[in-house]
Design a protein around this ligand. Sequence first.
Ligand code: NAD
Length: 307
Amino acid sequence: MKFLVTGAGGMIGANLALYLESQGHEVLALDHFSVGVKSNLKDFKGIVYTGDICTYNYDKLGKLDGIFHQAAITDTTVMDEKLMMSVNVDAFVKILEYAGRTGCQKVVYASSAATYGKGGVPMSEDQESAPANIYGVSKVEMEKAAKEFTSQNPGVKAVGLRYFNVYGPLEFHKKSAASMIYQLYKQISSGKAPRVFKMGEQFRDFVYVKDVVRANMKAFEYRGNDAFNVGTGLPTTFNQVIELLNRFLDAHLPTDYFDNPYDFYQEATQANMSLSDKVLKFKPIYPPEKGIADYVEWLQKQKSLDG
Ligand SMILES: NC(=O)c1ccc[n+]([C@@H]2O[C@H](COP(=O)([O-])OP(=O)(O)OC[C@H]3O[C@@H](n4cnc5c(N)ncnc54)[C@H](O)[C@@H]3O)[C@@H](O)[C@H]2O)c1
């Protein structure tokens, strides 16, 4: 089959493009590489297009079997609402229109747990959206746009995936926006005390990027137009992450707890995975202990390759 992956230079896009290619598919990769990096695609054999999703001439790519849309402004601190909506929402609508025009029947797109904002946990798909920043608002608007488009264009199915806190290979380029797991790994592996806000009992639903790729495959097979949680369903505290990293790195560093300077800080994320389990048929296979072990092995290998 022939697929387009947008945001293919980014963490999730690159993992997806490489996975689809490994399954024998023809994969077209699109990114403007202002955040993502070409080195994430160094093992990718398909065509890499450098372009902006807002202005790209998609028609030249022809008819596709599916589009995996990952490109977005992913920096949740961006305050320019016009820019956020134009990249995250308007460009997505252009992609849906391209799918409709060319007979592409499936668009799988990245939504986010940011649609729940500070909502109660575990977070369920039928819960009221309560985005706490413009980024979260843009993801709510994406889902609305997908519903509206698919109701008027029944030939296209659009499935949204509300990723929780994704971690895993190929996130170096995200710098301070990379996962907490990677930040803590960097500190511990370089012999520094891991630093977290007092008292490290904040928790997240950390989901491994390999599970995120598997969720995308399930979404491609799904015949509806819904949005699903993509997490593990497990709340993992920062203290637990530190304990696992210390164990896997054979380190014994004490944690440096410091005051949280932010008025707004998300204390907890956790997905209710019932709907994904029953309807999408997606079951994560990497609980944090297994995912972090796999990731640390990969990171240590990269470190030894880099000398
Ligand atoms: N990583 C997470 O924890 C997480 C959680 C929830 C949702 N998401 C969503 O998943 C998707 C992928 O996230 P990621 O973690 O891989 O982020 P990422 O920043 O690594 O990847 C996003 C990619 O999109 C590209 N991009 C941005 N604007 C573009 C534009 N105008 N034209 C072309 N390319 C553009 C960037 O260069 C980057 O390579 C995003 O839509 C993000 O909102 C991620």
